[in-house]
Write a protein that binds this ligand. Structure first.
Ligand SMILES: C[S@@+](CC[C@H](N)C(=O)[O-])C[C@H]1O[C@@H](n2cnc3c(N)ncnc32)[C@H](O)[C@@H]1O
Ligand code: SF4
Length: 447
């Protein structure tokens, strides 16, 4: 296995979109977005993503688009701009109904209770939010107090997504993120006691000073909290993109095979605790909607990772947020200051995007199915894409025939990634990426 890990260590995208973000360009602008929104059917189902690019601490491992703030004023200013964008896009998205709403960041958990209530009211005025809509929020336990728990519960939160990463104090010191088990347990109990029906916990492997034994201890502690879902991500070390990651001692980072062992050991803990493996990096209890969607072949992948939520359009709101419409992807301005200026001036905030062209949709579908199902069913591909499916089916068969590592199995009418091949799903998916040729320097390790 070690030699396989080394062989497939070439960096590849995480495929939360296809084409991937580096292929977005400024030719897709506010005018394009306006026509795409106007084309949404009256009854379209919408998923909203709201981005809050602020934290009151800066964890050195963090790869998210965020900035540390010591005062609340910048947050207040940003929320005014976000409200303006919510109103503007809500008016343009016509009669679409919101079936899912996700607050991410950064740390939306630092919002003041009155802002949580105001923003929620504003969103509900601008969009038709279905009463049964999923409403998830990323919570940094460090931010939380009783008033914030109450405010999020009252706003309608149905899932709390809690960042843990690792409980070992040595690892925590190396990534500048202190957080005890007791503090985390309190968050789980506090949201559960307020009727929040789903809890997700994020854990990382591949962190500085992390060991296999340490990953097992953290995974065991995480499993003892019985979250409905767990996301087990490999630490993506990209200091050329995230300057604060230069604070991480590279000499203390585990190498490829060690990362692999940590991931396997943590996964074994979750499996033994009754969790089902979902896609390449998630685990879920059998009752969870992610596990059900996976079992029924309905799992989806978007910028937030795996989701059970099916929608016609993903609407990104806030600095750097990404949206997906039937015609392509759009991304908002990344710099918070520019975003605020444009939103407050009542103009659009789109910086770039990409319109689907050529075989983008079919290749995107193939990559998504591989990342979600670990298999490609040729008859479903033919049913969805007709004769256009033959080229990718031919490629899948060629990959199966050329595979000398036992990663892929060809069945009558399907290509399947084997148990052994699953950790390399990103690399296998990348074989269908028509844009990837000679373009790996910007991505993180595949395993
Ligand atoms: C926006 S953050 C989580 C919310 C909240 N701010 C917190 O830290 O608890 C989302 C998740 O992304 C993951 N993440 C952040 N930086 C990462 C990186 N460099 N590599 C892999 N995962 C990362 C972490 O697991 C983190 O919990
Ligand atoms: S991990 Fe969470 S709290 Fe830490 S810097 Fe990133 S977004 Fe902020």
């Amino acid at each position: 296995m070690t030699s396989l890990v080394e062989k497939f260590s070439k960096p590849v995208p995480r495929y939360t979109s296809y084409p991937t973000a580096p292929h977005f360009h400024a030719g897709i602008d506010d005018a394009t977005y306006a026509t795409w929104l106007a084309d949404l059917p009256e009854q379209a189902s919408l998923s909203l993503y709201l981005h809050l690019p602020f934290c009151d601490r800066l964890c050195w491992f963090c790869g998210c688009h965020t900035k540390q703030v010591n005062r609340y004023d910048p947050v207040t200013r940003y929320l005014l701009a976000l409200q303006a964008e919510v109103d503007r896009v809500g008016a343009m998205a016509g009669g679409g109904k919101v079936t899912a709403l996700h607050w991410g960041g950064g740390s939306p958990s630092l919002l003041r209770p009155s802002d949580i209530a105001d923003m929620t009211a504003r969103i509900r005025r601008a969009f038709k939010v279905r009463p049964e809509a999923e409403f998830s929020v990323e919570l940094d336990p460090n931010d939380m107090d009783e008033a914030r728990f109450d405010a999020w519960a009252l706003a309608g939160m149905t899932r709390a997504s809690i960042g843990v990463q690792d409980f070992d104090p040595i690892v925590q010191a190396a990534i500048n993120r202190e957080q005890t088990f007791t503090q985390t347990q309190h968050v789980v109990l506090a949201v559960r006691s307020r009727g929040v029906r789903s809890v997700n916990i994020d854990m990382l492997y591949g962190l500085p000073h992390q060991t296999v034994a340490g990953a097992v201890v953290t995974a065991t502690q995480v499993a003892s909290l019985r979250p409905d879902r767990v996301a087990l991500f490999g630490y993506a070390h990209v200091p050329w993109m995230k300057k604060h990651q230069t604070m991480i001692d590279e000499a203390a980072l585990p190498d490829g095979p060690a990362r692999f062992e940590q991931a396997e050991a943590a996964a074994a803990v979750f499996l033994a605790a009754g969790y089902l493996p979902i896609g390449m990096d998630h685990f879920a209890l059998p009752h969870d909607s992610l596990a059900i969607a996976y079992g029924q072949g309905r799992l989806q992948r978007n910028f937030q990772g795996y989701t059970a939520d099916r929608h016609d359009a993903l609407i990104g709101l806030g600095a750097s947020a990404i949206g997906k419409l039937p015609q392509g992807y759009v991304q908002n301005v990344v710099a918070t200051h520019d975003y605020q200026q444009r939103a407050l001036n009542g103009v659009g905030v789109i910086a770039r995007g990409v319109a689907f062209a050529g075989d983008d949709v079919i290749r995107g579908h193939v990559i998504e199915r591989l990342m979600c199902d670990f298999a490609l069913d040729f008859s479903s591909l033919r049913a969805a894409f007709g004769a256009d499916a033959e080229e990718v089916i031919g490629e899948a068969i060629a990959i199966g025939l050329a595979d000398g590592d036992g990663l892929v199995r060809l069945l009558p009418g399907a290509m399947e990634i084997t148990e052994r091949g699953r950790p390399f799903v990103r690399t296998l998916a990348s074989k269908f990426d028509a844009y990837l040729v000679g373009d790996s320097a910007r991505y993180s390790r595949a395993v």
